[in-house]
Write a protein that binds this ligand. Structure first.
Ligand code: HEM
Length: 504
């Protein structure tokens, strides 16, 4: 700016109101900090290269176009490790085999601080779902393990099947659905069934309300709400209101159960019988529904989309389930029978067969979690300082690893966007991280896989379905999963539909 311009600018600021003067002062202070940080960090030879952009220009792409932003970062710097700032938070993005191995195994990389500060996805109730101590988190994870014991999961199978059948029947005998809201909604129902009590899971209106509130929480995760969590902006207020309403629904279900004095055979009862107080039950339910339903819903929506678009895999999965029914069910299912009969036949297949004798479904789920899970893992380095590929990750910095680095890597997965469940598994370390790896693996994996297998079985045997465009014509090419849509991985709106009719 010409010095004369500076004078004009200074005069304008001096004559503007106090509000604008404070704004300008804050911006100048932030710019000064940015210069100081840049000057200090460039003094160290082992500091990762910094993105050539101001801290304010990284926030929106990091939240709204994360896949494009991080891919561009690696390409434009030409490095496997680079850094940028999200306002006051220094972040290092890592890639490559050694980067991912260190990222996944480093003792000092803490997942909980990483996600809380950079993602903010879990409804915030202090001491219940936020600011949790290690002991509380460990307690929630122990309870999640109890939900997934052999006995509990076996008990859940008929209930989950009944939920699948009821929901599909409620859609009507035939129809055309956008898989992304519809299948996600169905999985939400299954996850609520698995993690809460009958007071909630048996009432479709409450389940729909809960889903709406969780969507509100997600939508409240705006760049401003994540980076300025103390700022009472629109996003933050929406998120707080939704959180309060979720909290009320869960506490009401607990009160109803306690007042009725009637024990039920469900997770809520298990939590209450284990001596958990209301706060612990609320923390368990609120945190895990958000951790579980979204990723399972996304994966299941794509799983059925891929199945519907790949008749050869659909046929193989069909044969696999039929043969399980033939082996295990006393009342074999006849094609064309109502969904309730199918549900009875499928419920007789034991858990160990669902888990150990479904290689086709396993391959389909494996390929779907590779191709349609746009996860970026986040950690905070709580110390000590670390090095990745010779670059410093100072204690206190955040570290992110985008799964696209490995799952869409052409060297590991040639023609990476192609859906091919029979593709060879690469040899490289942590070349598949669909359920995490190293220090952190998914603790809801058994439940998620079971939900997806039961849902696929009902769809495959109970309906005839295919993937079409919005005019009902068979789609020749499927749209790609959108990795910038960090929650839903949804393709463009109205780009593909599931067309189905019930088989009876
Ligand atoms: C298809 C469905 C799912 C997929 C693909 C999936 C994937 C993952 C991945 C990749 C991680 C590691 C994240 C990281 O390293 O940053 C993870 C962690 C986790 N998942 Fe899942 N997940 C699914 C469903 C579920 C469900 C249903 C639950 C619970 C009901 C759940 C609970 C968790 C928890 C608690 C962690 C954190 C583990 C820890 O802190 O050590 N997930 N999941």
């Amino acid at each position: 700016m010409h010095p004369a311009g500076l004078l004009v600018f200074a005069r304008e600021v001096l004559t503007a109101g106090l509000f604008w003067q404070i704004c300008v002062l804050i911006i100048l202070l932030l710019l000064l900090c940015e210069c100081a940080v840049r000057w200090w960090t460039t003094k160290r030879d082992d500091m990762p290269i910094s993105l050539n952009s101001l801290f304010i220009s990284t926030i929106v792409p990091f939240v709204r176009n994360r896949y494009d932003f991080l891919t561009w970062g690696f390409q434009s710097t030409g490095e496997t490790v680079f850094r940028f700032r999200l306002l006051n938070k220094p972040v290092v993005a890592v890639s490559g085999e050694s980067g991912r191995s260190t990222f996944l195994t480093a003792k000092g990389f803490d997942i909980h601080s990483g996600f809380k500060d950079l993602l903010g996805g879990i409804p915030l109730v202090r001491g219940v779902t936020s600011d949790l101590h290690g002991k509380t988190i460990a307690h929630i994870y122990r309870r999640l393990a109890m939900v997934q014991t052999q006995g509990s999961l076996s008990n859940l199978i008929p209930q989950l099947l009944a939920d699948c059948c009821n929901t599909i029947e409620a859609w009507g005998k035939r129809g055309r659905l956008d898989p992304f809201p519809s299948i996600y909604h169905l999985i939400f129902q299954l996850t609520v069934r698995a993690l809460t009590g009958t007071e909630i899971a048996d009432d479709p209106a409450i389940v729909a309300r809960l889903k709406h509130l969780y969507d509100e929480v997600d939508e409240g995760n705006t760049p401003a709400a994540i980076l300025l969590p103390w700022w009472p902006g629109r996003g933050m207020i929406r998120k707080l209101l939704a959180t309060k309403r979720i909290y009320d629904i869960i506490t009401k279900a607990i009160d109803t159960r306690l007042k009725s004095g009637k024990p039920r055979d469900d997770t809520l009862q298990m939590l209450l019988d284990s001596g958990d107080d209301n706060m612990a039950v609320v923390g368990f339910t609120m945190g895990l529904i958000i951790a579980g339903a979204r990723s399972t819903g996304t994966t299941a929506s794509w799983l059925l989309t891929y199945l519907g678009a790949h008749p050869e895999w659909k046929a193989r999965a069909h044969v696999e389930i039929e043969s399980l029914i033939f082996t295990h069910s006393l009342t074999p299912y006849k094609a064309g029978a109502p969904l309730s009969d199918l549900s009875v036949a499928l419920a007789q297949i034991p858990l160990n067969a669902w888990e150990g004798s479904t290689p086709v479904l396993d391959a389909l789920i494996h390929e779907t979690t590779r191709l349609a899970q746009p996860h970026t893992a986040m950690r905070k380095n709580v110390g000590p300082d670390m090095h990745i590929d010779g670059k410093l990750i100072p204690s206190g910095h955040y570290v992110v690893y985008p799964f696209s680095d490995v799952h869409l890597n052409e060297e590991l997965y040639p023609d990476p966007w192609k859906f091919d469940p029979s593709r060879p598994r690469p040899d490289a370390r942590y070349s598949y991280v669909g359920w995490g790896g190293g220090k952190t693996t998914c603790l809801g994996q058994r439940l998620a896989k079971l939900e997806m297998k039961l849902l696929s079985a009902v769809f495959l045997l109970g309906t005839d379905f295919s993937i079409v465009d919005n005019g009902g014509k068979a789609l020749e090419t499927l749209p790609r999963p959108n990795w910038n849509d960090i929650l839903g991985c949804k393709p463009p709106k109205d780009s593909c539909f599931i067309q189905y009719h019930l088989n009876y």
